[in-house]
Design a binder for this molecule. Structure first.
Ligand code: TXA
Ligand code: MG
Length: 337
């Protein structure tokens, strides 16, 4: 299959492809999504094939207006209304009991559906010109999520009908996922909307164990996506926790061939190995914005070992931490002062 590269002025063509049961990668404010008609089970099944995604990992349904949610869910509780009002359109996904219209392929057999109203102009135009869209991140399963159309092409060329090039994603990590299908609500995946913002809006929100820790054997994931090794470049990511001086000292003394550092801007001058910076140490939004590009760049430059400075798990930094700790297989080496 030839994958067409479309411009943002070609959303009507993209909408036609979707309505005919095809697959289109679209920009969103978080990461690129691989979209299909959410109510067409066969088209949704094709998403799983194109990505090589396990069928037990459910998809998010994207809407372009609140009125569309009514036929997708059985209940729309008060807390959902508050979250929608505060954070939609934007990088928040809300899980609710699903309606009968949701195909099993979307919900992967669960009784719930994840819904998101993205703020990206092109995504909203595409949904409005077609229908609610089921869309996981548009990467091959297991690799870092794409934040540019080029990343999508690198993974998906020949596997999908089209990619709309909407430039670079602004948030850079996937949406925050909260479930309101349990009481109290649980944060299943941290993202651009922080835990603090959610608690300010609706009170108690529990941080699901799987955000920070690996699942214990036999334990069931509240969010199936959390059980897979994710966000991994081919290089070995070794996560180091400690102050900058200790990080620099450790990395400089492990200056082997094909080794690099994933670091902060302030550290670059003192490092004696090749480095990829993800921004200033106190700028969590910039770190989120650059993380996935940095992981992909590590592979493009053929590094075999990447020493990464462990980010602080606060604010949007929690999202950066959650992704990088998965890329590192949950191992963190504590550095001595
Ligand atoms: O920002 C985003 O959320 C991007 C863009 C494209 O919108 N999408 C995205 O989708 O990251 P995906 O499929 O890569 O991640 C969806 C996550 C997975 O961890 C999945 O297991 C979880 O949401 N999820 C989806 N539906 C769920 C449900 N009904 N219950 C629990 N978890 C669910
Ligand atoms: Mg994904």
């Amino acid at each position: 299959m030839e994958t067409k590269l479309l411009s943002v002025s070609q959303t009507d063509l993209a909408a036609e492809i979707i309505k005919n049961g095809g697959l289109v990668a679209m920009p969103t404010e978080t990461v690129y999504g691989l979209a299909a008609d959410a109510l067409n089970g066969k088209a949704v099944a094709d998403i799983f094939k194109a990505k090589g995604r396990p069928m037990d990992n459910p998809l998010i349904v994207h809407i372009s207006g609140l009125s569309q949610i009514k036929c997708l869910v059985r209940e729309f509780p008060e807390k959902a209304r508050i979250l929608a009002e505060k954070f939609w359109p934007g990088p928040l996904t809300i899980i609710l009991p699903k309606s009968e219209l949701i195909p099993d392929e979307v919900s992967a057999g669960l009784d719930t559906v994840a819904v998101r109203f993205p703020s990206n102009e092109t995504a909203r135009k595409l949904i409005s010109a077609s229908c609610p869209l089921a869309a996981p991140s548009a990467n091959l399963s297991g690799s870092p999520s794409p934040t540019t159309a080029k990343h999508v092409m690198d993974d998906m060329n020949g596997r999908i009908d089209a990619v709309i090039d909407g430039g670079e994603c602004t948030v850079g990590v996937e949406s925050t996922v909260i479930t309101l299908a349990t009481e109290p609500p649980r944060l299943l995946r941290p993202g651009g909307i922080t835990l603090e913002q959610l608690r300010d809006a609706i009170g108690e929100v529990v941080l699901d164990d799987a955000v920070m820790n690996p699942l214990k054997s036999g334990e069931q994931a509240a969010s199936p996506g959390m059980k897979y090794k994710h966000y991994s470049p081919k290089a070995d990511i070794i996560l180091l926790r400690g102050k900058s001086d200790a990080f620099i000292k450790y990395v400089n003394s492990h200056n082997d061939e094909d080794t690099a550092a994933l670091c902060y801007d302030e550290e670059t001058e003192s490092l004696e190995v090749p480095f990829i910076s993800i921004g200033r140490e106190d700028d969590y939004s910039e770190q989120a914005n650059r993380l996935f590009s940095a992981l992909r760049m590590a592979d493009e430059r053929h590094f075999k070992v990447v020493y990464a400075h462990c980010p602080k798990p606060e604010g949007i930094g929690l999202a950066v931490y959650n992704r990088i700790i998965r890329a590192a297989g949950f191992e963190v080496k504590e550095l001595e002062e």
